[in-house]
Ligand binder design. Structure first.
Ligand SMILES: Nc1ncnc2c1ncn2[C@@H]1O[C@H](COP(=O)(O)OP(=O)(O)OP(=O)(O)O)[C@@H](O)[C@H]1O
Ligand code: SF4
Ligand SMILES: [Mg+2]
Length: 423
């Protein structure tokens, strides 16, 4: 059985007989899924009476949209709420608050009956191809299950359609009667993909689709997802730890930290000029395969400590306990996710590669001084230079009478001096 995804043709899935869709559909590039103020708090209960004593704020108020035909990558450290977000938008979890709209229709609180047609349009691929397939069922039964669950009779029968789907994902259709344990990890993930594609979905949410696989197999599965998107016009939300995977597959990328989206931008803009310090730190951990960038290693930003608990997240900006730029305003005031550059939204008072949003606030918090010790000098210098350059640009553009508000060069220098002085 070949693991190679590139040497096979991908066919458009046959239309199912009663393929009634939830809504009439949206054109490529238009909003397919829209999320507003989405929250999921898991209650923590204690004692005999199981009283609620707190909550895990896994997803704590996020807004974003997914456009038809695009791939939105979602990254962030372990525990920041990526999987919970995936389960909320596929409605496998009930949100605590907020709204989810699919093709303009509010699906936030649809019941089982209301969700039925949507189950065809929105599918999920899970991280672990070992535990997500029932070991007692043949792959024919597994891939054919969605047809039975939805009462759909494909043209030519379920067996024929399942065999066609198996060949679409690069598996041998003759292996219809085999069991999951007879397949490798990569092949099992292909079975999961075939199952997700069975009902010709519009949106596929893939939660760490390759992280359980051997590195040599990861590229094949990523390429398969890519090919399928081209051929079938699928829209993806791909959740991953691995920034190089996300970079390869995504059109836009959302960076999550402790239940919040801290930056959301076009892929190229995000890699070229990240604006949130956390994004910058994540990016710096990705090895750069460019021998000309000899100093790449020393530019790594080491973050202090673990991600704080989502039970009682830090006040203000949740990243302020680990950020080397944090000042008082970061501790007290939560920065809103705003579009600072076209197509680049960021939630930060002192963004990188952009004009300071709180230039009056220059004194670093003690935690920031400690964090700055783990940041390479090159990064701090570069950051200070960019702020100075941006401040100059802004000053040059500002009208003469506008004297108090625009960040001055002096302020930026002050900040950089503060960092170097305290280091
Ligand atoms: N069913 C649940 N009950 C209580 N807490 C939960 C539940 N599911 C997730 N959590 C908590 O919510 C937070 C976010 O979890 P989630 O699985 O969404 O993170 P993640 O970003 O996907 O992490 P990873 O990268 O490790 O998969 C974690 O602190 C987790 O412990
Ligand atoms: S500078 Fe402030 S607002 Fe920006 S990430 Fe750091 S702590 Fe958060
Ligand atoms: Mg997860």
């Amino acid at each position: 059985m070949s693991e190679n995804a590139e040497d096979k043709a991908v066919d458009i899935p046959a239309q199912t007989e009663d393929a009634t869709t939830l809504t009439k559909g949206v054109a490529p590039g238009e909003t397919l899924l829209k999320v507003t103020g989405l929250q999921k708090h898991f209650p923590i209960k204690k004692g005999l009476l199981q009283r609620q004593v707190g909550a895990v704020r896994a997803v704590d108020g996020i807004d974003f949209e997914v456009r038809s035909g695009e791939t939105l990558g979602v990254v962030g450290e372990s525990g920041c709420g990526k999987s919970t977000m995936g389960r909320l938008i596929t409605r496998l979890l009930e949100p605590t608050a907020g709204k989810v709209e699919f093709e303009g229709k509010d699906i936030t609180h649809l019941g089982v009956g209301g969700m039925r047609p949507l189950r065809r349009d929105v599918q999920m691929i899970f991280q672990d191809p070992y535990s997500s397939l029932n070991p007692r069922h043949t792959i024919g039964t597994i891939v054919g299950a969605p047809f039975k669950l939805q009462g759909v009779q494909p043209e030519g029968g379920i067996k024929k359609e399942v065999q066609r789907l198996l060949s679409v994902v690069g598996l041998n259709p003759e292996h219809y009667n085999r069991y999951p344990h007879e397949f490798s990890g990569g092949q099992r993930q292909r079975i999961g993909i075939a199952r997700a594609l069975a009902l010709n979905p519009k949106l596929v949410v893939a939660d760490e689709p390759v992280s359980a696989l051997d590195v040599s197999i990861q590229a094949q599965v990523v390429n398969l997802l890519d090919d399928l998107q081209q051929e079938l016009g699928l829209t993806y939300v791909i959740i991953a730890h691995d920034l190089s995977v996300v970079r390869h597959v995504s059109d836009r990328i959302a960076v999550m930290y402790l239940g919040k989206i801290v930056e959301l931008a076009d892929r190229d803009a995000l890699y070229r000029a990240p604006m949130h310090p956390y994004t910058k730190a994540l990016m710096s951990a990705v090895p750069i395969p460019d021998p000309r960038r000899k100093s790449a290693k020393s530019e790594r930003i080491l973050l202090q400590g673990d991600v704080p608990s989502p039970i009682s997240p830090p006040s203000g900006c949740r990243f302020h306990t680990r950020c080397w730029k944090a000042t008082e305003i970061c501790r007290t005031t939560e920065p809103k996710l705003v579009e600072l550059k076209p197509g680049q939204q960021v939630a930060c008072h002192h963004p990188e590669n952009f004009e300071d949003q709180a230039p009056q606030d220059t004194v670093l918090l003690t935690a920031a001084k400690e964090a700055a010790e783990l940041v390479a000098d090159e990064v701090l210098a570069e950051s200070a230079q960019t702020s100075a350059a941006v401040a100059q640009e802004v000053a040059a553009e500002a009208p003469a009478e506008d004297d108090g508000e625009a960040p001055s060069e002096e302020t930026s220098e002050e900040t950089s001096q503060e960092i170097s002085k305290d280091k």
